[in-house]
Design a protein around this ligand. Structure first.
Ligand SMILES: Cc1cc2nc3c(=O)[nH]c(=O)nc-3n(C[C@H](O)[C@H](O)[C@H](O)COP(=O)(O)OP(=O)(O)OC[C@H]3O[C@@H](n4cnc5c(N)ncnc54)[C@H](O)[C@@H]3O)c2cc1C
Length: 363
């Protein structure tokens, strides 16, 4: 075999897995059909918990740091909450992904750009599919068959000082989702996303979102739509010495639509499992599947619950979510101090349990 590990796709999931594996001394091939720097439709918000998972700092590509959350419900009630630590680091995917790819190459991964790979034809002991939600590796490897999709539409608008340092969310404007305004260095990114059936409404809702927050909808540049892949419980992510990670595994959070935390986490978990196989401590990558079930699936379950609660009972759920004590729990989730909502303690636990109860009523 020419390589220990071949990775298809050099987005956040693939590049971070390549960095981890190459740093551990394995022979890694990282392939991407695009030539970098390339863009990817995304809010580019790297949550505090996602940044904490990385083995290096992304500071060189951070354009703003959000430690404030402005949150509205269906263009009506609005609240602002100040966090004690950064909730999200605002990046542009064109720069972030190129930066991650360079870290992988520096660590020793062999990078090939402009190559559309077939996961069945790679000369490596271990093959990892990290080619995102439109990739073919999951199908080629017979994995990740239980995935449902959400949809999102985003565009860039002129920069405005008032959005700096904040993460603005407008809840329940789309069935199963929300709108956002994320500040970048020289523009703001505005988007709306939710259930797949909402696709035809997205364009009008993006304009409405802009108007509600005093942004000129006609100033939109680079308007783009994309899918959000969400894994159903039990979906197979590993077989033999093959596995899928990140969006290829459908690991986007069903409520927040975030996927970079899960991309970085699944990259870490698959790297650990791959190193065990290469060292003869494990026969296959099945421990990766178990690790996803134990470490990522509880958060995904909570995401489905929050999504249902906001869909069916938006006012009640928002009333609970806006309580200062609930925000403290949310803040800990976003910064990574809390691994999943079920792990909350004390009064924060009581607030989370109230949302769980609404989610249960909604199911
Ligand atoms: C509108 C929108 C906004 C979002 N906002 C956020 C946000 O603010 N924060 C957040 O955390 N998440 C957000 N997400 C989710 C996030 O973008 C994804 O979860 C994330 O990109 C997943 O990374 P990935 O590496 O798995 O896949 P991708 O980033 O999709 O990378 C896959 C790579 O595989 C390559 N590829 C595909 N096919 C092949 C092939 N055959 N051979 C070789 N290479 C191939 C592609 O060129 C690409 O580079 C958003 C998503 C959308 C749609």
């Amino acid at each position: 075999m020419s390589y220990d590990v071949a990775i298809v796709g050099a987005g956040p999931a693939g590049s971070v897995a390549a960095f981890r594996l190459a740093s551990a001394g394995t022979r890694v091939l990282l392939l991407d059909k695009a030539t970098f720097p390339r863009d990817k439709p995304c809010g580019g918000g790297v949550t505090g918990r996602a940044a904490r998972l990385l083995p290096f700092s992304i500071e060189p590509v951070v354009e703003d740091v959000a430690d404030r959350m402005d949150c509205g419900l269906r263009y009506g009630q609005r609240i602002t909450r100040q966090a004690r630590a950064p909730l999200a680091y605002m990046t542009q995917r064109k720069r972030l992904d190129h930066f991650l790819l360079q870290r992988a190459a520096e660590a020793g991964a062999e990078v090939r750009e402009g190559v559309a790979a077939d996961a069945r034809e790679l000369d490596a002991r271990i093959v990892i599919g990290a080619d995102g939600c439109n990739g073919s590796s999951a199908k080629q490897l017979g994995l990740a068959e239980g995935i449902v999709h959400g949809v999102a539409l985003e565009a860039n608008y002129p920069w405005e000082e008032r959005f700096a340092g904040g993460m603005l969310l407008e809840i329940a404007v789309i069935h199963g989702g929300y709108g956002w305004v994320f500040p970048k260095g020289d523009h703001v990114n505005v988007g709306v996303g939710g259930n797949q059936a909402e696709g035809p409404r997205l364009r009008a809702e993006l304009r409405r979102m802009c108007k509600a927050w005093g942004i000129d909808p006609d100033a939109a540049a680079e308007t783009r739509g994309y899918r959000l892949p969400m894994r159903l419980p039990g979906t197979a992510l590993a077989r033999g010495c093959t596995a899928v990670i990140g969006d290829a595994a459908g690991l986007v959070d069903p409520f927040s639509g975030d996927g970079m935390y899960e991309a970085f986490y699944s990259a870490k978990l698959v790297s650990e499992a791959a190193l065990d196989v290469l060292a003869g401590r494990a026969e296959d990558l099945s421990p990766y599947q178990t690790a996803v079930e134990n470490r990522i699936a509880p958060l995904t379950r909570a995401g489905w619950g929050a999504k249902r609660a906001f869909e069916r009972f938006p006012r009640t759920t928002y009333a609970l979510a806006r309580l200062p004590i609930t925000f403290r729990a949310l803040e800990k989730l976003l910064t990574g101090d809390l691994p999943e909502p079920g792990a909350a303690r004390g009064v924060e636990r009581a607030a989370i349990r109230a949302i769980y109860k609404v989610a249960k009523l909604a199911s």
